[in-house]
Design a protein around this ligand. Sequence first.
Ligand code: PEP
Ligand code: MG
Length: 580
Amino acid sequence: METVTGISASPGIAIGTVFIHTHDAPAVPRYAVSADSVDAEMERFREAARNAVAELEELRRNGAQEIDEDKLAILDSHLLMLRDTAFHDQVERGISESLVNVEWVLYQSVQLLVDKLNSSQSEDLRQRSSDLHDVCNRVLSHLMNRKRFSLADLEDEIVLVAHDLLPSDAIAMNKRKVRGIATDAGGRTSHTAIIARSFEIPAVLGLSYVSRMAENGDTIIIDSNHGRVILDPDQKTLDDYERQSRAWHQHEVQLMRLHDLPAETRDGKLISLKANIEVPEEVESVITHGGDGVGLYRSEFLFLGSRGLPSEEEQFDAYRRVLEALPSKPVTIRTLDLGGDKVAHEIADLDEQNPILGWRAIRFCLSNPDVFRSQLRALLRSSVCGNLNIMFPMISGLEELQQALEFLEEVERELKAEGKPVKKDLPVGIMIEVPSAAMVSDILARKTSFFSVGTNDLIQYTIAVDRGNERIAHLYEPFHPGVLRMLKLVVDNGHAAGIPVAMCGEMAADPLATVLLVGLGYDELSMSAGGIAEVKQIIRAISVREAEEVVGEAMELDSFREVDRYLRHLMGDRFGLETA
Ligand code: PEP
Ligand code: MG
């Protein structure tokens, strides 16, 4: 039995069997073949291609009811490629000219084509390269007897262990089969953590070496309530955790009783508790957890799949689905926040030296007018389907905000000229997540309908600590006096200008921070739906006056550690909150 400690990323306890996930594709072998073996190599290729065709046809047959038309079209294009005689001829020529094995010839010729397509000006041709890759990998997996694997194909219930999990992996995985997650890398506010919370999968990240310590099939316990992972537990530990897991579920059931009650302080202030979502399907859990709406829909997850840029229609459809599912509740959709750890290679080359400070979010959109315009068109068109708010991410100052607003106005004029309806007086707000924006929030407040503070980035940029780097995770301090002063400045400036101020970073979900945030005057807290009930319970037990006193005391303290200690005592004594 071995215990490893890391960073609690998504609460809960999971017990299960280790499944190691790696991104590394096994190396493609290269060896010489004699002229006499060319036919035999070619036969191996034909057989692998036949198997790949059979596999695709089966996928098509079995999935026809569940897979949408676009996905079917992709499967069809892969089938066409596999049956293309020119493709077969090219591989045959390659083997006889170079006298090397078929795997290598296939891999090399596809690589050459992919490079050519990627350098093309045509978006369509560039997108074809990922299809080629896909087909090549499928045939290679048959040639090398390797099982192709995607986390969407998980069949057994497992605990996912990986060095790191890409946000696109996390979004694609079969959530019903993943009981828990443990990774070497990542921090509490990395996007993998955020997705795990959204899907309510217990997760501990930042474990350094867990992917090398664990082996497929091992028993593992994820205890995210204490930020620990136990490998190969003994029977006594297992029994103990089975008990804890049952108690945890009972606690969750208790909290669900608050579902229909408002998040109202004892002296009558209503705080709006909303949910953060990444995909339209999550809207179900906003309803089951009693969310007052969606405070942050991270629209970029629509762009993170392997399909590249979604069309205006696809985007419209996703936004419409969320808005229609919550007919009487506000839904804040954030425009594209690609970049940082959310990379979509199919869309742009975002390989940068310093991506966190790089071509991210609104910066990316303002220099990709077609991408931005198509999203704004989809958003404005969806405005008539519900109660939409639009929000721009990573605004750093007035010029950026003005440019974004000009884009929006231009698109609105365009749609009106086309006779498409757009809702009047749509609230348009911004995220405050760059320190410069917080410092000039008095100026920005005059130009926007609301603020929403993104503490995940605001803390990262204020303390200069990469939110996804487990080595410096101990420096990521939400209660740093520098951060608290900024949080106060933003809410004060917003209120002075008469606009509501929300928080949609992970700090909004931290029960340790709730009293402080109410005392500072935040009007809305938005978080993964699973966290709403716990925060609501605290809000219902305090008064604004009491919360303001807490702020008064906390703001007098000199260091993160002192504020943290003060809040832990307070929440422990007052609410019996057990903090790791
Ligand atoms: C934030 O930065 O706090 C935020 C909510 O945005 P994201 O986590 O998607 O960067
Ligand atoms: Mg952010």
